[in-house]
Design a protein around this ligand. Structure first.
Ligand code: ZN
Length: 205
């Protein structure tokens, strides 16, 4: 294990990495199992410090934060890119993903009843219909649907509750010092402010 990495193992957080299973990911393969990482979420200790600041809120509300993605080793990133080598999915250069620096997480809140809150799209905008479309090279519909994943999307077809939950998650994550993805195109992604710099070296193991 690399220095400065912490494995998330705390009951306030649910670790369910989307690339460790096959039911919720665009590649249709359990890439993290294939590379021997399995369903383990690692983050830089600076990111862990920020996430721990959520605990009072999680205790008060009975909610938990589900971790869909955390550290993505370079080898894993290369596998993901190879599985979906199309524009608009994985960046060819692992160095430009803060996940590969253990400096980003993809998250959603789960209610006290164990059910994930309603958001404008699923995390990673994955759903079986669009996954099948993408796998067969039909991208237009997917990208149209993906617009709803933007943090600033005002599409009137998104339920009010989903917008409120999205905005509340943003306030919560920004409140502990994290920032959204720069282009604001993913409501679920939060990273350290310097998470794209060499302050957080690329991870490979
Ligand atoms: Zn992300």
């Amino acid at each position: 294990m690399m220095k400065n990495l912490v494995e998330i193992a705390d009951p306030h957080f649910i670790v369910d990495l989307m690339y460790a299973g096959t039911t919720h990911n665009i590649t249709g393969r359990p890439v993290y199992v294939e590379i021997g990482m399995g369903n383990h979420a690692y983050v830089h200790q600076d990111l862990w410090q920020a996430l721990q600041k959520l605990v009072p809120y999680l205790d008060k509300t009975g909610r938990r934060l589900k971790i869909y993605e955390a550290c993505r080793p370079v080898k894993a990133h290369e596998r993901l890119f190879a599985a979906v080598p199309r524009d608009g999915f994985f960046i060819p250069d692992a160095g430009s993903s803060p996940h590969c620096r253990a400096a980003a997480v993809d998250v959603a809140l789960v209610g006290a009843d164990g059910v994930e809150l309603l958001y404008p799209t699923p995390v990673d905008a994955y759903n079986p219909y669009y996954a099948a479309e993408v796998q067969s090279g039909r991208l237009d519909g997917f990208f149209e649907y993906l617009k709803k994943a933007a943090l600033n999307c005002e599409d009137k077809t998104i339920p009010e509750t989903a917008v409120r939950n999205r905005d509340e998650l943003r306030a919560l994550m920004e409140g502990v010092g994290l920032v959204p993805v720069p282009r604001l195109h993913e409501w679920w992604h939060y990273e350290l402010p310097d998470g794209r710099t060499d302050k957080y070296p690329l991870i490979d193991f």
